[in-house]
Design a protein around this ligand. Structure first.
Ligand code: ZN
Length: 447
């Protein structure tokens, strides 16, 4: 299949939509732990759970031997570039990559052209998502056209299906608007105000992290204090209003400490981190070129260490990728003018498993919390991130923890190639994905 091709109706081994499935031979893994379990899936729901082999013949066999059967992964920060940026990605290509990565639900960011800032656009993009192999949700902006001047109609957008509000790509600078948005989140249970926490004036003209690499390359830096200033201010506003605040792609030690302190003080705050901020530093930018540029930027080894502490001690609730495709042409320019962003949705699970679980740094249960139940809870995605139990929606990733493979930018589903993991060999790969009861990926191939 060519890059970015549509989700094909090709059925590699005879699956047809709505067919009853038996997931057989695997180890069920969720927030409660691991146990051998075969699953009977029908009507979008886990209907029965049995001893290994006990359900054979009851439906189409989905081989989970030597694999983990987990709740489908959830990525609450993806840019699928619809509407207006379809040369880099669209809902179909984005969702295809998500499905191959075991991601059964994702939340799109609203920095599109036009901005996703009113119910009609929300309904339009949700409609496009319905025929894809992933349960596609969208956020909406906090301010009209992300211009930072006027609040959107939060209640009407929530009514249209939006739980997450953010001006991502830019920060909401005006504390009064941010306070009003947080107050709205206090009044409307189920919504969350998410911030791209970089103070505009402090990062203006900045290309990569402010530090030795920026200096050596003669580039203006983006200081880590720009994150702390906003996180600190917003936490105070959340405290005053009782609102729900979420820090997108947290990148610094100081941000992590502020969130930790706010949580222990009872403020309603959550935070996410990207795989790249957990693994890479500013030193990787020269090797990666424009694929190593994102906002907030890759930071320092000491920030990485703090973020790692944060994912283990519960300060950070979720891993999200900030999947941000940019067409090869748009990235084939000098670092100083390249658009910021990296791919991520298709490789999230493999990269995190490879770096953390395979070497024994993270328990499989914490993995599930960080990439499934944690993000689902933040974004209010009630059918995702659940336990493997009878009656639960059948959103499932069957993951082979021993499968070794090499990430090839040319073979990802995205229309773009700006992965921060080119030619990286990783252990662990999604074998099958079941989304809303449908087998959408079988044997590493879209059905
Ligand atoms: Zn952002």
């Amino acid at each position: 299949m060519s890059k970015g091709a549509s989700h094909q109706a090709f059925l590699p081994y005879g699956y047809s939509m709505g067919e009853r499935l038996v997931v057989s031979g695997g180890l069920a893994l969720d927030s409660r732990g691991e146990r051998p379990a075969d699953l009977l899936i029908d009507d979008g729901v886990i209907q029965e759970i049995g001893e290994p082999g006990s359900l054979s013949g009851r439906g189409l066999m989905v081989d989970a031997s030597d694999a983990l059967v987990m709740p489908g992964f959830v990525d609450i920060q993806v840019h699928f570039r619809t509407p207006g940026g379809e040369e880099s990605e669209d809902v179909v290509s984005g969702a295809a990559g998500a499905a191959l990565g075991g991601v059964t639900a994702c939340v799109m960011m609203p920095n599109t052209i036009p901005t996703i800032d009113h119910p009609a656009i929300v309904l339009e993009v949700l409609e496009l998502g319905k025929s894809t192999p992933c349960d596609v949700h969208t956020s909406a902006s906090i301010t009209v056209d992300r211009a930072g001047e006027q609040l959107v109609d939060i209640a009407a957008l929530h009514e249209a299906g939006v739980n997450v509000f953010t001006d991502d790509g830019t920060v909401v600078d005006d504390p009064e608007l941010m306070k009003q948005a947080l107050a709205a989140s206090h009044a409307l249970p189920g919504i969350v105000i998410s911030q791209h926490a970089e103070h505009s004036a402090m990062v203006e003209g900045g290309v990569i992290n402010q530090g030795p690499v920026a200096e050596r390359l003669g580039l203006k830096g983006r200081p880590s204090e720009a994150e702390a200033v906003i996180v600190e201010r917003d936490i105070e506003l959340a405290r005053q209003t009782g609102g729900r605040y979420h820090v997108l792609h947290m990148s610094t030690s100081s941000g992590t400490q502020l969130v930790r302190d706010a949580k222990s003080a009872g403020v309603r705050v959550t935070a996410e981190v990207t795989p790249q901020h957990l693994i890479l530093t500013e030193d990787d930018v020269e090797r990666l070129g424009t694929s190593g540029k994102m906002n907030p930027p890759l930071r320092t080894a000491s920030d990485v260490a703090s973020l790692r502490t944060g994912i283990f001690d519960g300060t950070i609730d979720a891993i999200a990728t900030d999947h941000a495709p940019h067409s090869p042409a748009s990235k084939a320019v000098p670092l100083s003018v390249a658009p910021p962003g990296m791919l991520g949705v298709e490789t999230m699970a493999s990269v995190i498993w490879n770096e953390f679980v395979a070497p024994g740094l993270m328990t499989p249960q914490r993995f599930v919390t960080l990439i499934s139940s944690g993000p689902a809870t933040i974004a209010g995605l009630k059918s995702h991130g659940r336990t493997i139990e009878v009656g639960e929606p059948a959103n499932i990733a069957v993951f082979d923890p021993h499968r070794r493979w090499v990430i090839d930018p040319n073979h990802l589903q995205s229309k773009s190639e700006n992965t921060p993991w080119p030619d990286k060999e990783v252990t662990g790969r999604v074998r099958h994905t079941i989304c809303m009861g449908e087998l959408v990926v079988h044997a590493e191939v879209l059905t």
